[in-house]
Write a protein that binds this ligand. Structure first.
Ligand SMILES: NC(=O)C1=CN([C@@H]2O[C@H](COP(=O)(O)OP(=O)(O)OC[C@H]3O[C@@H](n4cnc5c(N)ncnc54)[C@H](O)[C@@H]3O)[C@@H](O)[C@H]2O)C=CC1
Ligand SMILES: O=C([O-])CC(=O)C(=O)O
Length: 341
């Protein structure tokens, strides 16, 4: 049985000591499950989560190849115990007791495709995985990476509603890569240290629905309208830039794993009661007329503690906001319709 592929990252005795010291200290035990863990994002994300001291148990699930990934990552001498699970019959065990489930399962784009072209395959994958989550770890936080995020998050919400297990505070579309890109591109043009940069990115996660709010970027810089327009377009097309550079071999995996690990770490900090953890994410929202929208959210013990206001927008950003609404609305409706058919 694949459970026997359990890989312990250090001896049982050492693990017991680690467990005791954490249970008596301030860092609680946290199980994180990655669904799609053997994929292009899943593998480096598994590595980064293995390096995260907030994780005590790392559960790696995929339909194929998880034994090798779990054996490999499990040899790293950090806190978490690593267990790999392969195949549908092991999904329940992969999920049981999870505090956080990260979902990068599904097919990536090839050149010429939009994220919405992935809907037909990925919608079904997300639907099945979310049905299992509703059954086996209904109180876990969900970090949805699988594209099209603008639709997969509404699909997940509908599946949880049908199961009577929907908690809007626990469902997150991961848009952190848009923030990571906006920070990198802005730092290059503004000539400021990239590590100090923050830029909120609102809307959704596809093309024009990605709206970086450079007027609120810190540190501030006096960039021309043309530069801001170009920065906005590059952020919106960041995923396509990688898809084209990879020329048929997939989409962003390494930068996505970094972004996914950053967001998961923020979720774990929130769960553990760290105050003032704020990240952008695509969540159920009332700050616009759209039922799901990415904006800054405050993370806490229950997941989303507060969806923050958009703050002042420039005229260019106001136009971008109005322009993104029709596409985002139809992507949300498409997801809701799929889940209810
Ligand atoms: N939210 C974001 O910012 C980003 C999202 N993505 C999306 O992430 C997804 C994954 O991308 P990659 O890792 O590059 O693809 P990949 O093809 O390398 O890996 C996907 C993995 O999912 C697994 N999988 C397929 N069906 C599954 C199921 N039912 N249960 C569990 N695992 C299953 C596959 O076996 C494979 O290992 C794509 O949909 C991609 O578009 C990619 C980059 C950024
Ligand atoms: O572009 C893609 O297909 C993958 C993705 O979401 C991104 O890199 O932002």
């Amino acid at each position: 049985m694949f459970r026997s592929m359990l890989v312990r990252s250090s001896s049982s005795a050492k693990q017991a000591v680690i467990r005791r010291s954490f249970s008596s200290g301030s860092v609680p035990e946290r199980k994180v499950a990655i669904l799609g863990a053997a994929g292009g994002i899943g593998q480096p994300l598994a590595l980064l989560m293995k390096l995260n001291p907030l994780v005590s148990s790392l559960s790696l699930y995929d339909i194929a190849n998880t034994p090798g990934v779990a054996a490999d990552v499990g040899h790293i001498n950090t806190r978490s115990e690593v267990v790999g699970y392969m195949g549908d019959e092991n999904l329940a065990k992969a999920l049981e007791g999870a505090d956080l489930v990260i979902i990068p399962a599904g097919v990536p784009r090839k050149p010429g495709m939009t994220r919405d072209d992935l809907f037909n395959i990925n919608a079904g994958i997300v639907k099945n995985l979310c049905s299992a989550i509703a059954k086996y770890c209904p109180h876990a936080l969900i970090n949805m990476i699988s594209n099209p995020v603008n639709s997969t998050v509404p699909i997940a919400a509908e599946i949880f509603k049908k199961a009577g297990m929907y908690d809007e505070k626990k469902l997150f579309g991961v848009t952190t890569l848009d923030v990571v890109r906006a920070r990198t591109f802005y730092a290059g043009k503004a000539n400021v240290p990239v590590a100090e940069v923050n830029v909120p990115v609102i809307g959704g996660h596809a093309g024009v629905t990605i709206l970086p709010v450079f007027s609120q970027a810190t540190p501030q810089a006096n960039l021309s309208g043309d530069v801001l327009t170009a920065l906005t377009k590059r952020t919106q097309d960041g995923g396509t830039e990688v898809v084209e550079a990879k020329a048929g071999k997939g989409s962003a995996t390494l930068s996505m794993a970094y972004a996914g690990a950053l967001f998961a770490d923020a979720c774990l900090k929130g769960l553990n009661g760290v105050p003032d953890v704020i990240e952008c994410s695509y969540v159920q929202s009332t700050i616009t007329e759209l039922p799901f929208f990415a904006s800054k959210v405050r993370l806490g013990k229950n997941g989303v503690e507060e969806v923050l206001d958009l703050g002042p927008l420039s005229d260019f950003e106001k136009e971008g906001l109005e322009a993104l609404k029709p596409e985002l609305k139809s992507s949300i409706e498409k997801g809701v319709m799929f889940a209810n058919q």
